[in-house]
Design a binder for this molecule. Structure first.
Ligand SMILES: NC(=O)c1ccc[n+]([C@@H]2O[C@H](COP(=O)([O-])OP(=O)(O)OC[C@H]3O[C@@H](n4cnc5c(N)ncnc54)[C@H](O)[C@@H]3O)[C@@H](O)[C@H]2O)c1
Length: 245
């Protein structure tokens, strides 16, 4: 496993936004990429600039569906070296005491449980082969706890703690698991946010700009590669100087 070229990656939530950018970057590195998403209506291979090995409709919040989808990916590819858990939703921007129960459940089900489901499905295969790279897309909100997005903050904090625990369990198995904690990126996810929330997020970034999708792709490409060999259970920041720890 000396090179990322020729390896196979599953990227969840990859039909658009950050996940698509990650998949594109991995494809350009010579990785065979399998895209998982709820909906591929927005995905156009030509516009995306790469040809995925496969696209699979899967809801990551459904554990049984994830198990089935993983078996299908494995049958297609023969082996899976890389898993990027990127599928996620923001949920409403409201005070915690007004947060609708249903939205809370949905955010935890997709952002936190989805990451668990995909790791649970992929890890036995990676352990068996003695090699794997897992990259979980968390958020700076998971480290700081951001006001008015308490469900999202809690889910992403959960992703960070889950990744740390999983990484320790896998430390002797050749399987490495890390998180990425981005600040705000300009994507469809912003449709759920208020202009005030977006303005406030930008103001917290010392570099004074939002994160660009290719910058996420570059960091994930390294964390997903064999070159990331002695870092596990870590949270890589992509915050333009915002993160202080
Ligand atoms: N955009 C930001 O500013 C930002 C900042 C930090 C972290 N993130 C994280 O990055 C990830 C991607 O965000 P994005 O901005 O590209 O969002 P996006 O809404 O543009 O794309 C998310 C993708 O995930 C898919 N998805 C949603 N629920 C799913 C499910 N249950 N099963 C499978 N696929 C599902 C959607 O269909 C969509 O294609 C998320 O985990 C998000 O929390 C985003």
């Amino acid at each position: 496993m000396s090179s990322i070229k020729g390896q196979t990656a599953i990227v969840t939530g990859a039909a658009r936004g950050i996940g698509l950018g990650i998949a594109r970057r991995l494809a350009h590195e010579g990785v065979r990429v399998i895209l998982w998403d709820l909906d591929f209506a927005a995905f156009d291979s030509e516009a995306a600039g790469f040809k995925p090995l496969a696209t699979q409709v899967v809801d990551v919040s459904d554990g049984a569906a994830v198990e089935k989808a993983f078996a299908q990916s494995l049958a297609t590819a023969g082996s899976i070296e890389i898993l990027v858990n990127n599928a996620g939703i923001n949920g409403p921007v409201v005070p915690a005491w007004e947060y609708p129960y249903e939205d809370w459940q949905r955010v935890i089900a997709i952002d936190l449980n989805g990451t668990f489901h995909c790791c649970r499905a992929a890890v036995p295969h990676m352990r068996e082969r003695g090699y794997g790279r897992i990259v979980n897309i968390a958020s700076i909100a998971g480290k700081e706890g951001v006001q008015f997005i308490s469900g999202y903050s809690a889910a992403k904090a959960g992703v960070i703690a889950f990744t740390k625990a999983l990484a320790k369990e896998l430390a002797a198995d050749g399987v490495i698991a890390n998180c990425i904690a981005p600040a705000m990126v300009e994507t469809e996810l912003m449709r759920e946010m208020t202009p005030e929330h977006i303005k406030a997020s930008k103001a917290k970034i010392p570099m004074g700009r939002l994160l660009q999708i290719p910058e996420v792709g570059a960091m994930v490409a390294w964390a997903a590669s064999p070159e990331c060999s002695f870092t596990t259970g870590f949270v890589f920041d992509l915050t333009g100087g915002r993160a202080t720890y």
